[in-house]
Design a protein around this ligand. Structure first.
Ligand code: ADP
Ligand code: ASP
Ligand code: MG
Length: 871
């Protein structure tokens, strides 16, 4: 420490409270960081109060000690003595009187044990006194270390400052182990501390009760201690230093793709903490909010990472889900009555019993004759005795069922109701399992599903991904959503790479002399083609040229060894027009095409797919003695939007499997061979198991037909569009297909992807025309509208939009990006955060290589966008 940490402070110097969790105080290296952080704040002219947890694992050890017999208790104390002494020495301190004092008092307490004459009430208080030693020890150690290293630090007993308040109906255990403190700014307390010193260290987790006895603030309660002190001192800031860089959009240990939430308002942070994010104790927000003290969450190992700032925020125009969290150990109490629960007084009687047992209810669901409530273990000290006693009492007024263990999974975000329409994928995920209770909070901030605890495995990563895919977790908004945990901590994040257009920016700006204009990057397409060709289980790949029939793309893919799947004579002609592609294998897979088209194509000797009875019923002569492919409808559709799902009765594609026998009979009658079976269920599928499942189904149908050579698994290979959304795992598709192939070695496997090959390779360049403010909304117009790119209007497709002229400027304005077409639906991107943009700026609409130019129209008689190719 240097002179700046000893220079006198101004009389009105602000307080900063720094809280360090268990892993942040467990090693000498972490204590050096604490010393530096405290010293730096002192040097900047602030008074510092450091609040510490017990060393990681110590509270657990003390808790289990409390439940042990005397000899084990003593052994446990000796292990703690050893651990603390080792750290004292590791920190370069010859000895530490403070640590020894608390070790001695722990020995005495644990010898005494908790059972005295009044066992029922003394036991919890004894437990509290024992467990308080974790924090008493770590804070004593810290005071000695910091003072010995040049930052004079006073040890403060938290029990002097924090007094538990009387909460009616709390039972003795809750009163001792999960106490609450009323902490309002107390200038006299702040002045008294300031008079005695500049830098303090104190304990998290502990307080005193009205009789001066030690009580605890609940597991994880050190955060709350910091918040109480922050409020008492009306600190400039409370900093929570932990083992992760902030609050993430999900628990990063379960969801490595979770995004750092860079800023949150108190309400949202409160909701995320209460619904399960352990990084902040649920009770620590409200003291800070009441005293208007901002909170900052930071990683002790990486003080340079940004962290999460929590404080008052202006209301956001665009609602977004911010996080998905989960809580285990939820108990549901279902109460059935033969009368109606609405009858006067029934609920009052029920809830009176919860009150009597000191239990607070979290969620409530009701039906005609049933009320179901949940009990949350973070708010209740739940043990089976308490629940059993409650159930026994309830049984006198209704039929009771206790369902446990359950888990609550919660989506959190401002404006939840306005996002419900995006959540169909999420609801479908829950639809597969039994959901005991769904609850939407009346503050419009959360939607909670209570399920069996066993269902939680693997669920969170899936939900997180679905939320991103649905555009409900708006990861494109870089002011709110920071990097993924994976990216921050350098854990393999191989699929996140900069898109090609960043490096090609100058070239693209040059191409944007005329707009709207598409630009296609051939190296990206070739890379994709090679990846498909490298799939060992797939014998042939046909490019579905409807995605993008640009001649340069056809040429490149023909050279890469792909065939072409065409749905009209026009598409066949487009392949013919490219010299290199002319000789490539081709498929004709039309839908409701007229007779003349089949006649023409059969004459050319091309492989043709039928997907109805009509052609064999009415045009047999075209097919007699020839081979055709048959497209079947497996009865279900899949994909990113209703309009791209191509299976099931509501879709016009494919021969329903139940009419297969009729088709086979017609084929036999007319000597038509069925060379291959084909199925394509939809587009934008990211689930690797899809194609192997289809393959298995087609194989088993083919066995009935006999002599089938080819199984064509269609396309549908999805490309993620939102930042952070997981990619399709092609290697997993390949491995699973190889498995099916081992069972059915007689079939050739074909794929016919379109979008997967070309989507990422294309961008649409547009120029800003005008901007306009309407109410709270800021419109940004550009010269590319739904005539140039119809996907957003047709499929609600989400395309990343950037201002290429100001690519690295801070994106601080929320825009509705619209085109020039006379339709209200002419919106390319709603709620997009972009740099403040001006007329003439070049916008880039990403991932438009597929179904962009090929679906463009001249609506409003605007000219078609042209296209440039980057070799
Ligand atoms: P400390 O001991 O520092 O108080 P905790 O273990 O109590 O730390 O809290 C940090 C942990 O919270 C993280 O390591 C992480 O696993 C967990 N966690 C759960 N949900 C979230 C979330 N949404 N964001 C960040 N961390 C979370
Ligand atoms: N040491 C206490 C616990 O482990 C309090 C805390 O760390 O926040 O629960
Ligand atoms: Mg904690």
């Amino acid at each position: 420490m240097n002179a700046s940490t000893t220079a006198p402070l101004a009389p009105d110097a602000p307080w900063v409270v720094l809280k360090f969790g268990g892993t942040s105080v467990a090693t000498e290296a972490r204590w050096r960081t604490i010393l530096e952080l405290a010293g730096a704040r002192r040097a900047r002219g602030a008074r510092v109060l450091v609040v510490v947890s017990a060393l990681a694992g110590v509270t657990d050890a003390l808790k289990s000690l409390c439940g042990s017999a005397a000899p084990e208790r003593l052994a446990a104390v000796e292990r703690l003595v050893e651990r603390h002494h080792a750290l004292v020495h590791g920190m370069g301190l010859a000895e530490c009187a403070g640590v020894d004092r608390w070790l001695a008092s722990l020995r005495v307490l644990s010898q005494e044990g908790g059972a005295t004459a009044d066992a029922a009430t003394s036991q919890p208080l004894w437990q509290a006194a024992v467990q308080a030693h974790g924090e008493l020890l770590s804070s004593a150690l810290g005071a000695a270390f910091m003072s010995a290293n040049g930052l004079p630090t006073r040890w403060l007993d938290a029990r002097e400052a924090l007094l538990a308040r009387e909460v009616p109906f709390l039972n003795d255990r809750a009163r001792a182990l999960s106490a609450q403190v009323q902490a309002d700014p107390d200038p006299a307390f702040a002045a008294a501390l300031a008079a005695r010193g500049d830098v303090y260290i104190t304990q998290g987790f502990i307080a005193r009760d009205g009789d001066g006895r030690t009580v605890l603030l609940g597991r994880g309660g050190s955060d709350t201690s910091a918040a109480y002190f922050g409020a008492l001192l009306r600190a400039e800031r409370v900093e929570i230093w932990t083992d992760v860089a902030g609050m993430f959009s999900a628990d990063p240990r379960q969801v490595p793709g979770a995004r750092l939430l860079q800023r949150l308002d108190y309400d949202e942070a409160q909701e995320i903490a209460t619904t399960g994010a352990k990084v902040l104790h649920a009770r620590c927000i409200s003291p800070c909010r009441r005293a208007r003290v901002p909170l900052l969450i930071k990683d002790t190992r990486h003080p340079d990472f940004d962290g999460t700032a929590i404080g008052p925020l202006p209301p956001e125009a665009a609602p977004s889900i911010k996080a998905v969290s989960s809580r285990r150990g939820i108990t549901l109490v279902s109460m059935e009555t033969s009368g109606m629960w609405q009858q006067v007084g029934f609920l009052a009687d029920v809830f009176a019993l919860f009150k009597q047992h000191g239990l607070s209810v979290d969620l409530i669901g009701s039906a005609e004759t049933n009320v179901t409530v949940s009990l949350d273990p973070t708010e209740n000290l739940l043990d089976s005795d308490v629940v059993a006693a409650l159930a026994a009492d309830l049984a006198r007024i209704c039929r009771v069922k206790v369902i446990a263990p359950c888990a609550a999974v919660t989506l959190v975000g401002r404006g939840m109701r306005s996002m419900l329409y995006r959540l169909s994928g999420v609801l479908a995920e829950f639809g597969r399992e039994r959901v005991h209770l769904i609850s939407q909070s009346s503050n419009n901030l959360n939607l909670t599903f209570v399920v069996d605890e066993g269902m939680l495995d693997g669920l969170l990563p899936r939900l997180h991904d679905l939320l991103i895919r649905a555009g409900a977790l708006r990861t494109d908004d870089a002011t709110l959503f920071g990097p993924t945990w994976q990216a921050l901590y350098g854990v393999s994040d191989s699929h996140v790479h900069a898109p090609w257009w960043r490096a090609a920016r100058t070239r693209l700006l040059d191409l944007a002399q005329a707009t709207p204009r598409y630009a296609y990057h051939l190296p990206t397409i070739l890379e994709r083609a090679q990846a498909l060709r490298a799939m060992r289980s797939v014998d042939r790949v046909y490019y579905a040229i409807k995605a993008n029939p640009h001649p340069a793309i056809l040429r490149a893919l023909a050279r890469a060894g792909l065939g072409f799947e065409c749905v009209s004579p026009g598409e066949l002609d487009a392949v013919d027009a490219v010299a290199d592609a002319r000789e490539s294998p081709r498929l004709f897979t039309p839908n409701f095409a007229p007779r003349a088209e089949y006649a023409q194509v059969m004459q050319r000797g091309l492989a043709t797919t039928l997907d109805a009875l009509h052609p064999l019923q009415h045009w047999q002569e075209l097919f007699a003695g020839r081979e055709v492919m048959l497209r079947v409808d497996l009865g279900r559709g899949l994909g990113h939007h209703d309009k791209v799902r191509t299976g099931g009765a509501s879709s016009k594609f494919g021969l329903p499997v139940e009419r297969l026998d009729e088709f086979l009979e017609l084929a036999r009658t007319h000597g038509v061979r069925i060379g291959g079976l084909h199925a394509h269920l939809g587009s934008g599928i990211l689930d690797a198991s899809h194609w192997p499942v289809v393959c298995g189904q087609l194989a088993s149908i083919s066995e009935k037909i006999g002599n089938v050579r080819v199984l064509n698994l269609g396309g549908g290979l999805g490309v993620p569009s939102h930042p952070g959304e997981a990619e399709l795992d092609l290697a997993a598709v390949d491995a699973a297909l190889a498995e099916v192939k081992r069972a059915y070695p007689q079939y050739e496997l074909w794929l016919e992807p379109g979008r997967w090959l070309v989507a990422d390779a294309g961008v649409l360049l547009a120029r800003v025309t005008q901007s306009k403010r309407k109410g709270a909304l800021e419109y940004l117009g550009c010269d590319a509208g739904m005539h140039a790119l119809i996907r957003p209007a047709l499929y609600d497709a989400w395309h990343e939009i950037v201002n290429l002229s100001r690519l690295d400027a801070p994106a601080d304005t929320l825009y509705q990006v619209v085109g020039p077409i006379c339709e209200s639906g002419d919106v390319l991107g709603a709620d997009r955060r972009l740099p403040n943009s001006s007329e003439g700026d070049v916008l880039l609409i990403a991932q438009t290589g597929a179904y962009g130019e090929s679906m463009a129209s001249r609506y409003n008689l605007r000219p078609l966008a042209d296209a440039a190719v980057i070799e």
